[in-house]
Design a protein around this ligand. Sequence first.
Ligand code: KG4
Ligand code: ZN
Length: 333
Amino acid sequence: MIILGIETSCDETSIAVLKDGKEVLSNNISSQIDIHKEYGGVVPEIASRHHIKNIATILEESLEEAKITMDDVDYIAVTYAPGLIGALLVGISFAKGLAYGHDIPLIPVHHIKAHIYGNFIEHNIELPCIALVVSGGHTNIVYIDEKHNFINLGATLDDAVGESYDKVARVMGIGYPGGPIVDKLYYKGNKEALKIPEPKVDGYDFSFSGIKTSVINAVNKARMKGEEFKPEDLSASFQEKVVDILCKKTLKAAQDKGVKQIVIAGGVAANSLLRSELSLRASKIGIKVNYPSMTYCTDNAAMIAEAAYYKLKYGKEPIFADLTLNGKATLDI
Ligand code: KG4
Ligand code: ZN
């Protein structure tokens, strides 16, 4: 079974070919990071314009690499929510055109669920499990049962984790996207340098705006006094706090629900400390942690095709969309 996956929800244009739910025959990703870098964040209209310019070439390349033609494609899977609306509409319109032109069924895919399914490409994931979803737009703890039902247990009450990484990096003036840069600086800094108060949030919900503000205040204070601040120290203190909270809440959810498997998903799942720390703490209480390899962490179309594969297997009706399919900027899990 061949599924063609299409992803354009933010600043990556990606098309993948997935065979039988496990074999990624191609997964071409065109990142616009260098274009948006100079603005310090993704500019929605520019993102849409680049998707429309690149998408046909990426399709050609993906089919060629997978050594197939559109005649071999059984299903087309496309991200329809959540994301930047103009960016989503490029992928959706393109997918609809292909589906109509080649008479192929169209499967709409939820971007955040697809991030979770990014784990299923390379690992045998035991269900039920707890998924920690951490990206530029989302921070959720999700319970997934044996029948692939998704139950949201908690979410951020303010900023998403990735968003706070990007914001503190911008204020420190160390580049974009902030996540990978802060992650590297963490190992060079003193994590005791800045005392960051623990946010008071019950249950499985999160709050990152206070942690972000602690760093911003430290930068502003230093600048007002005409003093230097050390980005590596602030990065170390920030990341230490953020990762500690993510680990504590995720492990608590896993223990409360009695599950033996945790998966991490989304762009921030690329974070080296989150990967090692959550794995270490979980192993001490007999819980397994999986995370996708780097390519399947940040936005990519292989995970979209993978999510469609499981939607075909376990999804509730309606699995398919017709040509009225529209995009949605926001959508709960
Ligand atoms: O999932 P993603 O590619 O896009 C969406 O938001 O949907 O996630 C992008 C986010 C950015 O905020 C970026 O700073 C963050 O993932 N990120 C990281 C790391 N690599 C990417 N955050 C922390 N540590 C990293 N190593
Ligand atoms: Zn994403």
